[in-house]
Design a protein around this ligand. Structure first.
Ligand SMILES: [Zn+2]
Ligand SMILES: [Zn+2]
Length: 413
């Protein structure tokens, strides 16, 4: 038992637990069904052993599966990288610029955020992804994005195989009695007879797999473009929200500052290289980040502190202008809202025209916040919290009671 424990560390077993969750179970199920069906259908449609085309097709298929699984497990088990428990900045004076996490008993390093699901502060946190049952952040950003690229590519290949198999198989049936097979796939001609008969069950399974493959291509492909935008701008979803609030704060108080996002190196290539490297290990250590010229090392964390101090005076208040049923991917709120539905287990909230919401964070087409049920919202009672589409609400004009001198307000906090 002792040896067993020394080989299989407790943390490793903890990591395996990540598989026991609906996200990985569904994701791996889809991968298994699509790859298996694509391989079976390839044998039917394009026998791999005697033709170059057939061999290339089959090898590519195996290649997709291996690469998809490799990146998927990497994203899941390597994880985003956590800020060490008890972490302090090297120069202790710098801690005034940072927020403190009571759970991790550590300062929140620049770009890190505490994830309630992982229960740790995550380096360069983007979001907690239920499909990998882990956060997407500093260390696994590249493997996560590669997975998002490879899965649709593999699915397109598989979808092509499914369509060709069904077409050739059905065509062979339909043209039964004629000797000339009009679509000449050479290898598709069944001579000798197929090893696996293409019956009704095989047809149904192929059709089902085709649906999965097409769904994956669209849904995962969208996520890939979102992640690429994040990488090329070097700005995570959380940071986009901080930036939006910064601009809002400056505009509200009519301050004489300009907020410059400090981590965008100004060149897409430089931003890209920070995440994708030949060694597979991203640049840096996840705690110190290269910054744009003219920015302070702690520009963003200082902005976060200002926003935190400002929160009670002025959260972004929205008025509901259209009803929303609380469904995950609403069909009636526009295609962009539908496809960019936040990839998280956090709830959606039902909205009714005329209600008010305090938004605490947001994405381009979605917002997250508390419904204002009565005046007790500020005391933290009567809360309904969750996501809702941005186009169901409109920003309230600045409230009269908070229209005070910004300096005075800030000193009070
Ligand atoms: Zn923490
Ligand atoms: Zn997490």
């Amino acid at each position: 038992m002792g040896t067993f424990c020394s080989v299989v560390k407790f943390e490793n077993l903890q990591e395996l637990k990540r598989l026991c969750h609906w996200g990985p179970i569904i994701a791996l199920g889809v991968i298994a069904i699509c790859s298996t069906m694509a391989m079976i259908d390839s044998v039917l449609w394009y026998w791999p052993l005697h033709t170059t085309g057939g061999s290339v097709n089959f090898i590519m298929l195996i290649n997709w599966t291996v690469m998809i699984l490799y990146n998927y497990f990497n994203a899941m088990f390597v994880g985003p990288g956590f800020v060490p428990l008890g972490w302090k900045p090297e120069n202790s004076q710098d801690s005034v610029y940072l927020q403190y996490c009571k759970v991790c008993q550590a300062y929140k390093a620049p770009r890190s955020h505490h994830c309630r699901k992982c229960n740790r502060c995550v380096m360069k946190m983007d979001h907690h992804c239920p499909w990998i049952n882990n956060c997407c952040g500093y260390q696994n950003h590249a493997s996560f994005t590669l997975f998002l690229l490879l899965a649709p590519l593999g699915s397109i290949h598989a979808a092509f195989i499914f369509v060709m198999t069904m077409y050739t198989q059905l065509y062979n049936r339909l043209s039964f009695g004629w000797n000339t097979v009009k679509i000449d796939m050479s290898a598709a001609r069944r001579d000798p007879l197929p090893i696996i008969p293409f019956g009704l069950a095989a047809f149904a399974a192929t059709l089902f797999a085709l649906g999965l493959a097409l769904g994956t291509t669209i849904a995962v492909g969208m996520l890939f473009f979102i992640q690429m935008k994040i990488i090329l701008r070097n700005k995570t979803s959380i940071e986009s929200w901080i930036e939006e609030k910064a601009k809002d704060r400056i505009q509200y108080y009519q301050l004489d500052e300009v907020f410059v996002f400090p981590y965008d190196m100004g060149s897409r290539w430089k931003n890209f290289k920070q995440v994708f490297t030949w060694s597979g290990v991203p640049e840096g250590d996840g705690l110190d980040w290269p910054i744009r010229e003219g920015c302070h090392q702690y520009s963003l964390t200082i902005e976060q502190l200002k926003q935190k101090a400002d929160k009670r005076v002025r959260s972004v208040r929205y008025k509901v202008i259209e009803d929303y049923s609380g469904t995950c991917c609403p069909l009636n709120r526009g295609i962009k809202t539908f496809f960019t539905s936040p990839c998280t287990e956090e709830p959606r909230i039902r909205l009714q025209k005329g209600e008010f919401i305090l938004a605490t964070r947001g994405l381009r087409y979605w917002l997250y916040g508390d419904k204002i049920l009565d005046d007790s919202i500020l005391e933290g009672v009567s809360r309904i919290r969750g996501w809702f589409p941005r186009n169901c609400v409109e920003k309230c004009p600045c409230d009269a009671e908070t229209d005070q001198a910004p300096e005075g307000e800030k000193k009070n906090r």
